[in-house]
Design a protein around this ligand. Structure first.
Ligand code: 4NP
Length: 156
């Protein structure tokens, strides 16, 4: 299998992308060669903070401990990572504008492009103003997408 360096990106980097980061890290733990996984945000509201408490609680219920500290996407990220995964249309638009080269822009993929056939969503909805169901839905979508990221890497 090809080892991948994967960066997940959302708006706040406190809900969707740090959860995706930990899910993929845990699913790829022990694989050889080793995967590298990180996350970042496009908005500066929460820089340095741990993930949102609600997301930490819901993730922990599934065995994922979220310890990421919020950071912004940087130009170097487009060099450092093989795959840059955006959570929704506005994040993808932001990333495509920020990409420093055509080659860098080719690394950008929607998380929804990894959903299994028949998925009911074409993006990962922002759970920030939602209740528990919103966080559970995000985790369901991210677990499905992460499984398929690994599967796709195995097919290359
Ligand atoms: P995330 O969720 O993009 O999944 O981390 C959000 C977190 C915070 C805000 C928006 C979305 N906010 O506006 O502070």
């Amino acid at each position: 299998m090809k080892a991948m360096k994967v960066l997940f990106v959302c708006l706040g980097n406190i809900c969707r992308s740090p959860a995706a980061e930990e899910i993929l890290r845990s699913m790829t733990a022990g694989l050889s060669p080793e995967w590298s996984v990180d996350s970042a945000g496009t908005g500066r509201y929460h820089i340095g903070e741990l993930p949102d408490r609600r997301m930490r609680v819901h993730a922990l219920q599934r065995g994922y401990t979220l310890t990421h500290h919020c950071r912004l996407v940087t130009t170097e990220d487009f060099e450092d990572f093989d795959l840059i995964v955006g959570m929704d249309a506005s994040i993808l638009t932001w990333l495509r504008h920020a990409a420093p080269s055509v080659e860098a822009a080719r690394k950008i993929r929607p998380m929804a492009s990894f959903f299994s056939p028949g998925a009911r969503y074409d993006h990962v909805p922002d759970p920030y103003y939602e209740g528990s169901e919103g966080f559970e839905l995000v985790l369901d979508l991210l677990e499905d997408g992460c499984r398929n990221i690994i599967k796709e890497a195995g097919e290359e």
